[in-house]
Design a protein around this ligand. Structure first.
Ligand SMILES: *Cc1c(COP(=O)(O)O)cnc(C)c1O
Length: 224
């Protein structure tokens, strides 16, 4: 598998606009493979389990210009670790966790990571995230959490959608961002849209994604 990583990254880079940030998703991927991706020019890496990420970060300390993205579900007891060890957190998905992030940031003297709000544009019982009306309702509350550096929206679509459904869902997320940005009295704006994975990233880019999160397309299939 390794050896192909460089080639795959080059192929992807050739097809995506240079303004789109390519995040290499490295869950289950070895630090050797991560080094190869780094050599190929990747500086953004995403993990979804804190413990796995910390172990890898420890081994990769010499690569000190990596930007680490947390992509996993945020459990209350892991929030502090996520704040301390990641530059971006993509998965703020409920008011309770936003409140906790805000409180911890008030206590810890650290540069706050950039935060994305995870939304569910389609009904999907298996995925975390705000439904769109819920998020709109939560905005005044989120706005009070002054330590949060809210930068954008993130979404993971359910599997097996048609191209049309996928397009419509990503467009809903983009429109939500615009709707948030015309609201008065909000102290944050939606500048980033983290959407698109191996199965759907070209559609996401067309719909306005600014960040795509690719695992299998770069590193091959993950072990089950
Ligand atoms: C695993 C994962 C990805 C990457 O998925 P691929 O299908 O391997 O590209 C992207 N985003 C999140 C949140 C993930 O957990």
């Amino acid at each position: 598998m390794t050896g192909n990583i460089t080639k795959r990254i080059q192929e992807i880079q050739e097809t995506i606009p240079s303004t789109v940030r390519l995040i290499a998703v490295t869950k289950t991927v070895s630090t050797e493979a991560i080094r190869e991706a780094y050599e190929a020019g990747i500086r953004d890496f995403g993990e979804n389990k804190i413990q796995e990420a910390l172990a890898k970060q420890e081994k990769l300390q010499d690569l000190n210009d990596i930007t680490w993205h947390f992509l996993g579900h945020l459990q209350s007891n892991k929030v502090k670790q996520a704040l301390l060890h990641f530059h971006w957190i993509h998965t703020c998905d409920r008011v309770k966790i936003a409140q906790r992030l805000n409180r911890l940031l008030g206590e810890l003297e650290i540069t706050p990571p950039n935060l994305l709000l995870q939304v569910k544009p389609l009904k999907d019982p298996n995925k975390y995230g705000w439904e769109i009306p819920e998020l709109l309702e939560a905005l005044p509350t989120l706005n009070e959490y002054q330590h949060l550096k809210i930068k954008g929206l993130m979404t993971i679509l359910p599997l097996n959608q048609s191209t049309e459904e996928t397009q419509a869902a990503f467009t809903k997320v983009r429109d939500l961002g615009q709707k948030i940005n015309i609201q008065k009295d909000l102290s944050f704006t939606i500048e980033e849209l983290s959407m698109g994975m191996s199965a759907d990233y070209p559609i996401a880019i067309e719909a306005g994604a600014t960040m795509i999160r690719l695992g299998r397309t770069i590193f091959g299939e993950r072990p089950h």
